[in-house]
Design a protein around this ligand. Structure first.
Ligand code: BG6
Length: 499
């Protein structure tokens, strides 16, 4: 792989959590693998007054205590700046010039916005005004973290503002789910094997289920989460991106716009749920206090930063359709929640039954449910459930698992999402970043649900005890079927697998 051009990564909001927990460890991994540019620096920027050394020390707890980590830290620099204050940007420009001269790095810059969203349009404007947004001879790229807007109108507004100062080609809207190895593997599974794609349509697939369960609650993020909720936090971005990958047509080539055009077409074809049908197709829930493993846990409303009467959903399950040739009439189901019994993200493709049942199972004549389970995390892998003959007399069928675990690939380094995405941006590859039009389309689908919830307090929000699989009525969404209740490991499932 060619190394990226020499460049500086400027992180706005560098004193925040994302920098030390995700960005710096990801950069360190790239450093270890010798994938960073030959000449490279990170300039952390935020309001807190720190020297280069103090900034490096703050990263200590998130890096190993090795000589390699020591050398890596020499690539880290810091500039204090009130990011909303125009005057500071001249100083930033001077600092970048000085760093470039000292380290011999040309003025190729990536700006990473890891700040409160209210600054997403302010920083680009200020960069533009001091001539740091466009350049003929060097690249300037802008990575924007989620949330990208809080509804359709604000997402559109943000796109307009960003495009005032940067071109679409310079914008990298990050969705860390697209950086997950197993999400990319979905494209390889689908488009490099001759056996799946012929079945990948409404002729053979009965329904598709996507689950993203988290066993943790909202941690210390009450202030943010209470204004967001599961639909905005997980569905509008991460889980719809998974839908894009699973439902898209094969792109002509593996290239940013070819792939992103196909994802956009999927989003354009998702049938919006009319406001007056939201209560039938969307179930929302909120965790209540309970006891897990003999430990008392708080209900959502008792969490710090959360309103005592909050109606913010910590769980959401929904059913929708994609109106196109491939998926006509096939239901898609999405479910996500906090404080569920385990942490797991997976996509389950449920195939249709054989047209005529020849064989029975020990308990009678229940048909085999062929499922392809694509495990995004943890225990990444793929599993196919097929019917096999039970040894012995007669023709009894039992369902068995054919499974592949990533962990079986010995010594393969599974890069973290941020590692992969940062490297892609350094290389100028936006394939795994969301494009503005697709982000707006995803909001277009989510908006009527938000509007219905806002306008109609009668739509129930169901309580579910922390540590359970969410409101029971979510099962009623899948008529004649049920959700898969997955365990941490890929192969086991069942109602009571893990609590
Ligand atoms: C974030 C959400 O974008 O994704 C969090 O804000 C959520 O609420 C997280 O916990 C899930 O990411 P992952 O990679 O742990 O599945």
């Amino acid at each position: 792989m060619n190394k990226p051009l020499n460049q500086v990564l400027i992180i706005f909001g560098a004193s925040g959590d994302l920098t030390k927990r995700k960005l710096i460890p990801a950069l360190y991994e790239l450093f270890i693998q010798n994938l960073l540019p030959d000449k490279f620096a990170v300039l952390g920027v935020s309001r807190t007054k720190l020297s280069d050394n103090e900034f490096r020390e703050r990263m200590d707890g998130f890096l190993p205590k090795t000589n390699q980590a020591k050398s890596f830290k020499e690539l880290l620099f810091y500039e204090p700046l009130g990011t909303s204050e125009k005057e500071g940007y001249q100083l930033l420009k001077q600092r970048l010039g000085k760093l470039g001269d000292e380290l011999g790095i040309p003025a190729n810059y990536i700006y990473y916005l890891s700040t409160p969203p209210s600054l997403y349009s302010v920083i680009p404007k200020n960069l533009h005004e001091v001539g740091l947004s466009k350049s003929e001879n060097h690249f300037r790229r802008l990575i924007v973290e989620k949330p990208f807007g809080t509804d359709l109108a604000s997402a559109k507004e943000l796109n307009v503002k960003l495009l005032h100062y940067f071109d679409e080609k310079q914008l990298y809207r990050i969705d860390h789910y697209l950086g997950k190895e197993t999400v990319q593997n979905m494209l390889v599974t689908r488009f490099s094997n001759g056996i799946f794609e012929p079945l990948w349509n409404q002729n053979f697939i009965h329904h598709i289920e996507i689950t993203s369960a988290e066993s943790l609650g909202i941690e210390n993020r009450g202030g943010y989460y209470d204004h967001s909720g599961a639909l905005r936090d997980m569905v509008q971005n991460h889980l719809l991106q998974l839908v894009g990958m699973v439902a898209m047509e094969p792109p002509g080539v593996i290239e940013a716009d070819a792939i992103r055009n196909e994802v956009l077409k999927v989003f354009q074809a998702i049938r919006p749920i009319p406001e007056n049908q939201v209560s039938r197709h969307v179930i929302r829930g909120q965790y209540t206090g309970s006891v897990i493993n003999n430990k008392k846990v708080n209900g959502y409303r008792d969490e710090v930063g959360v309103d005592n009467f909050s109606r913010t959903e910590t769980y959401v399950a929904l059913k929708f359709f994609i109106d196109n040739w491939r998926w006509a009439g096939i239901p898609f189901y999405i479910r996500t929640g906090k404080m569920l019994p385990t942490r797991v993200t997976e996509i389950v493709i449920h195939f249709k039954h054989v047209p005529h049942q020849l064989f029975g199972s020990k308990g009678g004549y229940s048909p085999v449910n062929n499922q392809l389970v694509i495990r995004i995390q943890p225990d990444e892998g793929i599993l196919l459930k097929i019917g096999m003959k039970t040894p012995g007399a007669g023709f009894n069928v039992q369902t068995t698992n054919m499974d592949f675990h990533y962990s079986d690939l010995s010594n393969e380094h599974l890069p973290s999402a941020y590692e992969r995405l940062l490297l892609d941006c350094m290389q100028g590859d936006a394939t795994l970043y969301a494009r503005g039009d697709a982000v707006e389309e995803a909001w277009r689908f989510v908006q009527p649900i938000l509007s219905a919830w806002q306008a109609n307090a009668e739509i129930p929000i169901y309580g579910y005890p922390a540590g359970t699989w969410g409101p029971d009525c979510a099962d009623d969404l899948i008529i004649g079927n049920t959700w898969r209740y997955p365990c941490k490991n890929l192969t086991n499932d069942g109602l009571y697998c893990e609590l």
